[in-house]
Write a protein that binds this ligand. Structure first.
Ligand SMILES: [Fe+2]
Ligand SMILES: [Fe+2]
Length: 479
């Protein structure tokens, strides 16, 4: 290779790195949607001239202008219960802004197009109209008509249903996500109930467990992708649903029958219920807990079990899961278990996936680990923290690069692990989404095993990267 082409190559590499470092288009869309939602909310709470409203509107304008560096207009579409940006599903936003999505639909909005030239004043007028009641909008001739009367020209509303037929392939994936969100809703509701009167609707919990169990039976891989949904603000809620999904998937590999899986699932979904009794200041504290705070935190398994014991209809083995999920395989955890050699099987399953989900989620005191890093920690601590047999089955199921892991291939391409290949934990099937220069490509699947055949001996064919490093959300590519 001569010097010139080497320099050319390095330039390209630098360019690609710059591209990855700069925020991607999707990231901009996400920010704009987030700021849209908070500007709309602030107008419901304060008068338009209030500092909070002015601030949130200018924040939206800033993120919209940033977005305009990529495109001429911003098109948000509503398909079923999901937001799409152009053809791409915004999985996380569909969950986080579900109430907004429902409101838009009920007010006759099937899509929103924000055009270059939109100014703060016009945006404010639009939000005011959007915040009118559903009936008032209808009685005044509908939103498009109101917008015309108010001279709003840089926002165009698509009628409901405009995009319904455009993304049929994603509908199936969308309904699995709806169920995920339903599960999130139920666990929110159950926690509230417990907080207020210590009672809990066991029927609701069972319905969610049954629903997820059906999904796991249909397509384990797709459901495992869902378990990569996280929420920084609502950690325990999303965590509970992820632990449910991962426990059911692992339990079904053993295999356990449906009855056993239902009991396991209920324990998994409710394992952290005792946290409703722990002060929020401790749960969300940045930095290490004091000894006293830590003692308080360590009470959540016992308190959770107490709450569950008082509910008629919860199986004793589900209660045991809440009680034992921090006991560790070698019994050095908490609470101390007397008279047993190890925690129950269901508790060992939940304990393993609990730690996995916690490690792969960003918390006030820790960054998220990549999934393959978390898998390696589980392997390292098998026999001490975790049941070694369960670690083996879990790794067989997840692979070293679990579904949803963002990876760089040795070709320089970026991809998302799409599914595992049975019998080969190192070589999953990967959906390529960026070329070696960092440009977006029409996604296609590659077999890592194939790449490995052609690679030089000892060459690292696949490496995981953190989504936030490149501003991508892997879940957008799993549909
Ligand atoms: Fe816990
Ligand atoms: Fe947990």
């Amino acid at each position: 290779m001569n010097a010139k082409s080497r320099i050319g190559g390095e330039d390209r590499k630098r360019e690609a790195l710059d591209y990855f470092r700069s925020k991607g288009l999707l990231e901009r869309v996400r920010e704009a949607l987030k700021d849209f939602s908070s500007a709309k909310k602030s107008l419901l709470l304060y008068p338009p001239q209030h500092e909070i409203c002015l601030d949130s509107i200018s924040r939206f304008m800033r993120s919209f202008r940033e977005y305009l560096r990529h495109r001429e207009s911003l098109s948000l579409r509503i398909v079923g219960e999901e937001f799409f940006f152009e053809e791409r599903l915004l999985a996380r936003e569909s969950v986080l802004y579900y109430p907004l999505l429902q409101e838009l639909r009920s007010k006759g909005v099937g899509g929103l197009n924000l055009l270059a030239g939109l100014e703060a004043g016009e945006f404010l007028e639009f939000l005011k109209l959007l915040n009118l009641g559903e009936d008032e909008i209808a009685s005044r001739g509908g939103l498009p008509r109101l917008m015309e009367e108010h001279g709003i020209a840089h926002i165009v509303v698509d009628p409901p249903g405009t995009w319904e037929e455009k993304a049929p392939r994603l509908r199936e994936a969308a309904s699995a996500r709806e169920e995920y969100f339903e599960a999130v809703d139920v666990i929110r509701e159950l926690s509230e109930q417990v907080l207020h009167d210590r009672r809990l609707s066991v029927t609701k919990a069972n319905r969610v467990v049954g629903m997820m169990l059906n999904r796991v039976g249909e397509n384990r891989s797709a459901v495992l992708g869902l378990a990569t949904l996280k929420s920084y603000d609502e950690y325990t809620t999303f965590h509970s649903v992820n632990v449910l999904i991962l426990s059911l998937a692992l339990g079904s590999m053993l295999p356990l029958d449906r009855n056993a899986l239902m009991i396991l699932g209920t324990g998994a979904l409710l394992h952290d219920l005792g946290k409703v009794t722990i002060p929020k200041s401790i749960l969300t504290k940045r930095g290490p807990l004091t000894a006293a705070e830590w003692e308080e935190m360590k009470r959540h398994p016992v308190r959770g079990a107490d709450i569950l014991l008082a509910q008629p209809g919860v199986h004793p083995l589900s209660v045991l899961v809440a009680y034992e999920h921090h006991a560790r395989y070698d019994l050095t955890g908490y609470p101390r278990l007397n008279g047993v050699k190890k925690p129950s099987l269901f508790s060992r399953i939940v304990q393993l996936v609990d730690v996995y989900d916690a490690m792969t989620t960003a918390r006030p005191y820790q960054d998220a680990r990549t999934p393959d890093h978390a898998i390696r920690v589980l392997v390292r601590e098998k026999g001490t923290a975790f049941d070694p047999l369960l670690v083996k089955v879990f790794v067989d199921m997840m692979g070293l690069y679990p579904v949803g892991t963002l990876v760089r291939l040795h070709t320089g391409e970026l991809g998302v692990v799409y599914e595992q290949v049975e019998g080969d934990i190192c070589s999953p099937r990967v959906k390529v989404i960026r070329d070696p220069e960092g440009r977006e490509v029409e996604p296609f699947l590659v077999e890592v095993a194939r790449l490995r055949e052609r690679a030089a001996p000892g060459e690292e064919v696949i490496t995981s990267i953190k989504p936030e490093q490149v501003g991508l959300d892997p879940l957008d590519y799993l549909g």
